[in-house]
Design a protein around this ligand. Structure first.
Ligand code: PEP
Length: 256
């Protein structure tokens, strides 16, 4: 049985003080043993220690939003997997569309980051998704397959449990627009078939495929009820303890 993964992406919001306050609210609401799925929050890197501290005594894991492929060295402004582990994180978001769009991350770079993250014992949440014009011209599956190809070559099927894919149609991120449950299911099912073709059926079932793009309490139940939707990567609605908690509750009510 697959557990849902509910992951909050706080993006470049909430410095240490505000991030600790939000994590503190979540910590009060969700003490250890209070949910059965997996829950992750991903603060901006400078807020990670404060959030890790505030979440002690809970089962909420912490993620970062990006990582470099080297362990250390002259890479001003970057953070590495040993640092991320030392800080107490368990997950890394890789290849978010904002990183692809504003920081020039290519499929090749995303693949090498995913490889490094998994080799170093962290869980990778790799984001894929088409732009609006690609959805409009019907090339969304081709685009997503290309984004996945390099990653699936870079990591091994035996790592499938540490590999999470987030399908995030770019046109639905932060726009208030959401993929319909049917559109999400169709793409998630396609993604699983790509993983099964490249790896095998069992590994494709181990990989969790999250939906991301304006997921919120009002639409989460329908999206999470789809067969191949194993959770959500949530931006806006993860920035408030109430709405994020509602999403955790909805996932709890829908056993996979
Ligand atoms: C995201 O940041 O990955 C995201 C899906 O954002 P939002 O939920 O705000 O659309």
């Amino acid at each position: 049985m697959t557990k849902f993964l509910i992951a909050g992406n706080w993006k470049m919001n909430l410095g240490p003080t505000d991030a600790a306050a939000l994590a503190g609210e979540l910590s009060k609401k969700w003490p250890s043993g209070s949910f059965s799925n997996d829950v992750v929050v991903s603060p901006t890197a400078i807020s990670v220690p404060a959030v890790v501290d505030a979440l002690k005594g809970t089962d909420i894991a912490v993620s970062v939003q990006n990582v470099h492929t080297e362990d250390s060295g002259a890479f001003t402004g970057e953070i590495s997997t040993p640092m991320v582990k030392d800080a107490g994180c368990k997950y890394v978001i890789i290849g978010h569309s904002e990183r692809r769009e504003y920081f020039g991350e290519t499929d090749e770079l995303v693949a090498s980051k995913a490889k490094k993250v998994i080799a170093d014992g962290l869980r990778a949440i790799v984001c894929v998704g088409e732009k609006l014009e690609e959805r409009k011209d019907g090339s969304q599956q081709k685009v997503v397959k290309k984004q996945l190809d390099g990653v699936l070559s870079a990591i091994d099927s035996s790592d499938s449990k540490n590999f999470v894919i987030a399908y995030e149609p770019v046109w639905a991120i932060g726009t208030g627009e959401t993929a319909s449950p049917e559109q999400a299911q169709e793409m998630h099912n396609y993604i699983r078939s790509v993983v099964a073709d490249r790896w095998d059926e069992t590994a494709s079932k181990n990989v969790r495929i999250l939906y991301g793009g304006s997921m919120k309490p009002a639409n989460a139940e329908e999206l999470l009820s789809q067969d191949d939707v194993d959770g959500g990567l949530i931006g806006g609605a993860s920035l408030k303890a109430d709405s994020f908690s509602e999403l955790i509750e909805i996932a709890e009510s829908l056993s996979k």
